[in-house]
Design a protein around this ligand. Structure first.
Ligand SMILES: Nc1nc2c(ncn2[C@@H]2O[C@H](COP(=O)(O)OP(=O)(O)OP(=O)(O)O)[C@@H](O)[C@H]2O)c(=O)[nH]1
Ligand SMILES: [Mg+2]
Length: 360
């Protein structure tokens, strides 16, 4: 492990331990991420899992190992359904992965071939909160055929940037002949998470309510990631008229359309080319590249992060006082940029080389 990685791990553990403490795992259940609703959903998933043909095990491509759903790990030995690992949010990760929908289409075809009399196929989407299950459920109509008349009547799952949006198992028909049903499920986390660094990564990528870690602590952790991965160095040549670099691998192209934010009037609200985004990137580049301290020393790194908070107030056009309130707003805005891919692409888990080829 490099010195940068060890320092990042140390910082992740601090954030993760704070999250665990706040969640008060055993004592103060009201703060726990494992709500009664989640417990009920876990039971419902456990009961229905053996009756579906495919289980789509959704992971966040930025944390493909840390986002593994513990419940599925436990159930997979007893369930006969085909389990397919799906990496979602590939457009936010720094690695590219093979196309998933073609693969799923192939699996459906293979099932029909082996059982030609079959009229119905079911698949269940399972994963941690906010990983994109509902968004994926809404795009799965691409794997089969459906008449135009039926298409207009299809139900859609509600997608939200906040975790915990889906409250119960919801069945969506996505294709006819054969009928394909997708079961969208609530996000599931285990009652306890042992590794504090896993906890921190889940918090940063949005699997918990941000108030558990606190937005400021999460934004500080994010800045540590950016500084120690030297991501900011890519922002050296930013000019106000050049759009930030965007990724176009196949898998991403498929998801990009659905993730362009639009308001209720259909007007694009994707601010990727905003002067605010450019100004944030430029400010972070200027402060980090002119910093003369030793980034591998925790105190020095925290000093840089503090300096970055100061320039970010201006980049986000926020008043400088009161400091605490402004820093909170800076943190919220920065996390939002990160989670919508406007601060570059990141893979936070280190993936052992022998596992690389096994990931889809
Ligand atoms: N950039 C990007 N954003 C995505 C992708 N998939 C989902 N999202 C966004 O991630 C957020 C969560 O998506 P949902 O589909 O509601 O997540 P979920 O897993 O159903 O969440 P819960 O119902 O809370 O468990 C939303 O803001 C989506 O727009 C993706 O592939 N790329
Ligand atoms: Mg959902």
């Amino acid at each position: 492990m490099t010195k940068n990685e060890s320092l990042l791990l140390l910082m992740a553990k601090k954030v993760g331990n704070a999250v665990k403490k706040m969640a008060g795992e055993e004592k103060k259940k009201k703060w726990s991420w494992y709500t009664p609703l989640m417990a009920a959903a876990s039971d419902a998933i456990s009961r229905r899992i053996s009756s579906v043909d495919f289980v789509l095990d959704l992971r966040d491509a930025r944390i493909p190992l840390s986002s593994e759903c513990e419940l599925l790990k436990r159930l997979s030995s007893s369930s006969s359904s085909r389990r397919i690992v799906v990496l979602n949010k590939v457009d936010l990760a720094s690695r590219s992965y093979v196309k998933f929908l073609n693969f799923l289409q192939g699996q459906v075809r293979a099932l029909r071939k082996s059982e030609p009399e079959r009229h119905t196929i079911t698949m269940m989407l399972v994963g941690i909160p906010n990983v994109g299950k509902s968004a994926l459920a809404n795009s799965l109509h691409q794997i089969g055929r459906i008449s135009a008349a039926e298409k207009g009547k299809l139900k859609h799952a509600v997608v939200s940037p906040l975790p915990g949006e889906t409250k119960g198992i919801c069945s969506l028909k996505v294709a006819s002949h054969p009928n394909i049903y997708v079961l969208d499920t609530p996000g599931i986390l285990p009652p306890q998470i042992i590794d504090a660094d896993v906890c921190a990564k889940l918090a940063l990528t949005g699997a918990f309510n941000d108030s558990l870690a606190g937005e400021k602590a999460l934004a500080e952790f994010l800045l540590a990631v950016l500084n120690l991965s030297y991501e900011y160095q890519k922002w050296e040549k930013l000019s106000t008229d050049a759009p930030p670099p965007s990724r176009t691998d196949d898998n991403v192209a498929l998801h990009h359309g659905s993730f362009e934010n639009r308001n209720s009037k259909g007007v694009s609200t994707d601010h990727t080319k905003d002067c605010v985004v450019l100004s944030v990137r430029k400010s972070l580049f200027e402060v980090a590249s002119s910093f003369r301290g030793n980034l591998q020393d925790e105190d020095e790194l925290l000093r840089l992060i503090q300096a970055e908070f100061v320039v970010l107030r201006e980049a986000f056009n926020l008043p400088t006082k009161p400091e605490e309130e402004t820093d909170h707003k800076v943190a919220v805005k920065l996390l939002n940029l990160f989670r919508t891919g406007r601060l570059g692409h990141h893979t936070l888990d280190s993936i052992p080389i022998n596992l690389e080829n096994d990931l889809p």
